[in-house]
Each structure stands twice: as structure tokens, then as C-alpha cells.
Write a protein that binds this ligand. Structure first.
Ligand SMILES: C[S@@+](CC[C@H](N)C(=O)[O-])C[C@H]1O[C@@H](n2cnc3c(N)ncnc32)[C@H](O)[C@@H]1O
Length: 261
């Protein structure tokens, strides 16, 4: 296991050796992840739009559709970042959408963005750690995590925590990158994610943290959608279903907290 990183905010969060192995096993993964997102926060949305060819908001809307929002729903969007999915839940008519994240720089941007929308009263953003949420058991009708479960220190523990705060019968939504099953699409996507995106996104973000070298490696070494469904079941959820998005570049999975628990 790599030694804890001593680097400051403008230093790389990862060495090449750590990324060549498995970034998920770093004992101080959470610190490194927080440092990365602090570094790239200001250009995070721009990089998302450009490097997904404008698809990232459609992926979030697919997540909201799968959640089946009804007007009285209280939503918790964990690892909310700059708040795009949180706001998409408000757009869909949720009564209350709470975004939670542990990187203050991302939360500041989310708050600014929300203030410019008609959802100022329905949406709020708070500092919270997905591994130890400051909310009571059985509080929310919908809990979501988009491009976040891959970044937490222990995804299995985080899923148990997400289930804990979900009310019985509530829906958990996990949106995450995946690797396309079609070999040609996968080869093109790998080429893009390994060799193009790290250069262009790093340039746009003027990033030194290595966030966009971590991104493809963290996807390649993370759970696939089948593993995520199995992890959701282990965490006490039932009936997981996955929708593949944009040739399998992304996948959204929904599971339910059983009514009896
Ligand atoms: C790739 S961004 C996703 C942001 C947003 N959900 C979206 O759809 O763009 C990942 C976010 O996860 C947050 N994060 C990572 N680990 C976390 C944890 N343990 N608790 C809370 N937030 C976490 C980071 O701060 C970052 O904002």
C-alpha cells in the first residue's frame, strides 16, 4: 500500500507508480481526492461539458428519470460537487434537494449556481462525508451519488451509509462511468480517456494535482455495473436495475431499500 502523501495543495496527488497500480488502495485516498477536486473545481463544469461532448447533463437527467421523482420527495445528493444533479432533482419537482460534499471549493460553486436558479428555496448544500453522513436513519425518499462512489475511500461502507439514511421503500441511484462492452467502442473510449482527455482537461484546469490522470485509472480499476449491483445488495438494498448510457461509457443503477427494513 502506498505511503501517505505529504504533498501540499499545488503538488501532485498521485505518483505515476501509484496510478500504474491501483489508486483505490491508497490509505489517504480521501485527502488526495479532496485535494484534486479543490484544484480542478473552477473549471470542473467546463471540462465535464467539453469532454463528455455535452452528454454529462443528459446522464444526470437519466439518473433523475430512473429515480422516479414525485412532488413530495426529499432528495439527498451525496458527493454533489458543483450541484448539477442536485439541481436536476429540483428541476424534476422534488420538494427538497440537499447536496452534500466534502470539498468546500466544489460546494461554494454549487451554492453560487443554485442562487441563480428558481430553486433557491428547495435546494441547499452542506459539507458532509459520504462515509459518515450527519443525517438520521430513514430520512430521504431518494439518495443519489453521481461519479462519486468511485472516489470514496470505501464504496461498500458508503453504500451502507447511503442505505441507512434512505427511508424504507426509498430509491438509491448510483451514476458512474463504466467501460463499453463493444470492443471497438471500448478501444476508442480507452484511447480518448487515457491519451486525449488527461492532456486537454489538465491544460484547461491548469491542474497540477493529476486529477485527469487519476480519472481513467480510477475507472479502469473500479467496480463495473454488475459489481455495483452486487455491492448494493450486500449493503441491504434490493431489485437493482442498470441502464447503460452512451454506448456504455456510463451506467446508472437504481436499487430500493426494502419496505420491511
Ligand atoms: C467527480 S465529482 C462528482 C460531482 C457531481 N456529483 C457531478 O455529478 O458532477 C466527485 C465529488 O465527490 C466528492 N467526494 C469524494 N469523496 C467524498 C466523500 N467521502 N464524501 C463526500 N464527498 C466526496 C468530491 O469532493 C467531488 O466533489
Amino acid at each position: 500500500m502506498p505511503a501517505p502523501s505529504q504533498a501540499g495543495p499545488s503538488q501532485p496527488a498521485w505518483t505515476g507508480t501509484e496510478l500504474a497500480a491501483d489508486p483505490h488502495v491508497a490509505a489517504d485516498k480521501a485527502d488526495r481526492v479532496r485535494r484534486m477536486f479543490a484544484s480542478i473545481a473552477r473549471s470542473y463544469d467546463l471540462n465535464n461539458r467539453l469532454h463528455s461532448f455535452g452528454r454529462d447533463q443528459a446522464w444526470r437527467r437519466a439518473a433523475v428519470r430512473l429515480a422516479g421523482v414525485t412532488p413530495g420527495d426529499r432528495v439527498l445528493d451525496v458527493a454533489c460537487g458543483t450541484g448539477d444533479l442536485t439541481l436536476a432533482f429540483a428541476d424534476a419537482g422534488a420538494k427538497e434537494a440537499l447536496g452534500a460534499d466534502f470539498t468546500p471549493e466544489m460546494l461554494d460553486l454549487a451554492r453560487h449556481k443554485a442562487a441563480a436558479t428558481r430553486h433557491a428555496n428547495a435546494v441547499r448544500f452542506e459539507a458532509a462525508d459520504a462515509m459518515n453522513l450527519p443525517y438520521d436513519d430513514r430520512t430521504f425518499d431518494i439518495v443519489s451519488i453521481a461519479f462519486g462512489i468511485r472516489n470514496v475511500h470505501d464504496p461498500h461502507r458508503a453504500l451502507r451509509e447511503l442505505r441507512r439514511v434512505l427511508r424504507p421503500g426509498g430509491r438509491l441511484i448510483v451514476l458512474e462511468f463504466s467501460r463499453p462492452a463493444n470492443r471497438v467502442v471500448r478501444a476508442v473510449n480507452d484511447l480518448y480517456c487515457r491519451h486525449v482527455l488527461p492532456r486537454t482537461a489538465t491544460f484547461i484546469a491548469r491542474d497540477r494535482s493529476g486529477a485527469y490522470r487519476y480519472l481513467p485509472r480510477s475507472i479502469e480499476t473500479f467496480l463495473d455495473p454488475g459489481d455495483i449491483r452486487a455491492a448494493m445488495i450486500s449493503a441491504g438494498l434490493v431489485a437493482p436495475v442498470t441502464e447503460s448510457l452512451t454506448f456504455g461509457v456510463c451506467a446508472v443503477t437504481r436499487a430500493i431499500r426494502p419496505a420491511q427494513q
